[in-house]
Design a protein around this ligand. Structure first.
Ligand code: GTP
Ligand code: MG
Length: 321
């Protein structure tokens, strides 16, 4: 997939708009195929400029329906759109909820749209890493906006925190349980709250509650979270949702928060990559290296505790070099 030292041909093909090269490289990323690495790396300089919009929220609130509606709106404006749907890892996903899920429309004849769903196998960190890489590939392929849909529960929203420039948290009327989810962390990541299914009763009240919550604080960058109401069935509120997203994107540019956010996300990425490597290396050495195997034996035998072992390793093996 890559030339000897130059720019990998697959990377060039992706930048020229070759959708098959794009799809093949995405598959390689998903499979953890090392052949994808030089391609993603070569394209890195061509990334970091477009809106990466996260759509997150509980199962079945209408995230995919909204994504379809937003794609329709943006295509109408002549914008091209890439979208990634990260499959729910919740055990409920195999049940009736999944059966009722909206499939992202294929739009096979439209080159200005590219949908891809990613299986959330493996641990959440792995999904976040490969989702981020796929998002970069989509940007390098020239799409004007990239959406990432995730189920906002547990670890899945880590992907959003690490990727999105604007995060939309989607909820529905009758917030009961969802408000608990908010307290568990979704609230901090929401630049925009969307009360979807606002054709159902209770939407106004839910929006009012959320506005109150949103007014209680600002996000890290001093942005006041916006609250909008949508219905994908009526349909209504879709342009307003997009306007709230672009308002946040403008805010990022006007205040310098875009660069600050990039720094934060990339610092986390570098630390994460290093953590993975060092972790793998230590695990490996603890079994293979004679001296370290002895150390592990002592921990197993309760002669040394794991804290001291880690301290010793850190001091002798990593800090020293
Ligand atoms: N009444 C009403 N139903 C909606 C609306 N938007 C979506 N739905 C329905 O809600 C169900 C779930 O929609 P999806 O778009 O698949 O929701 P999702 O959040 O992507 O679902 P998961 O990906 O499984 O978490 C479907 O039956 C939709 O038809 C809406 O605005 N009003
Ligand atoms: Mg969905």
């Amino acid at each position: 997939m890559s030339g000897p030292a130059g720019f990998p041909p697959a990377a060039r093909a992706i930048q020229k708009g070759d959708r098959r090269a794009l799809a093949r490289t995405i598959t390689a990323v998903e499979n953890g195929d090392p052949a994808a690495v030089p391609v993603v790396r070569a394209l890195y300089p061509a990334t970091g400029r477009i809106p990466m919009v996260g759509l997150t929220g509980p199962l079945g609130v209408g995230k995919s329906s909204l994504l379809n509606a937003l794609v329709g709106l943006l295509r109408g404006q002549g914008k091209t759109v890439g979208a990634i749907a990260v499959d729910p890892s919740s055990p409920f996903s195999g049940g009736s909820v999944l059966g009722d899920r909206i499939r992202l429309e294929r739009r096979a004849d439209d080159d200005g749209v590219f949908f891809r769903s990613m299986a959330s196998r493996g641990e959440a960190g792995g999904v976040a890493a490969s989702t981020r890489e796929v998002a970069r590939l989509l940007e390098a392929a020239g799409f004007d906006v990239v959406f990432v849909e995730t189920v906002g529960s547990g670890q899945a929203d880590v992907a959003i925190r690490e990727i999105a420039t604007t995060s939309v948290v989607v909820l529905v009327p009758h917030l009961g349980d969802e408000v608990q989810t908010l307290k568990a962390g979704l609230f901090e990541i929401a630049d925009v709250f969307d009360v979807n299914k606002s054709d159902l009763p209770g939407a106004e009240l839910a929006a009012r509650d959320l506005t109150e919550l949103a007014n209680m604080g600002t996000t890290r960058d001093n942005w006041n979270s916006r609250v909008v109401r949508t219905s994908t069935t009526t349909p209504s509120g879709i342009p307003e949702l997009w306007e709230a997203i672009t308002a946040h994107e403008r805010f990022l540019d006007e205040t310098g928060a875009r660069v600050a956010g990039e720094r934060r996300r990339l610092a986390a990425e570098i630390a994460g990559r290093l953590r993975d490597r060092v972790g793998r290396d230590v695990t490996d050495r603890l079994e293979r290296d004679t001296e370290l195997r002895r150390l592990l034996d002592q921990v197993v035998g309760r002669k040394v505790d794991p804290w001291s072992a880690a301290d010793r390793l850190y001091r002798d093996w990593y800090r020293a070099r």
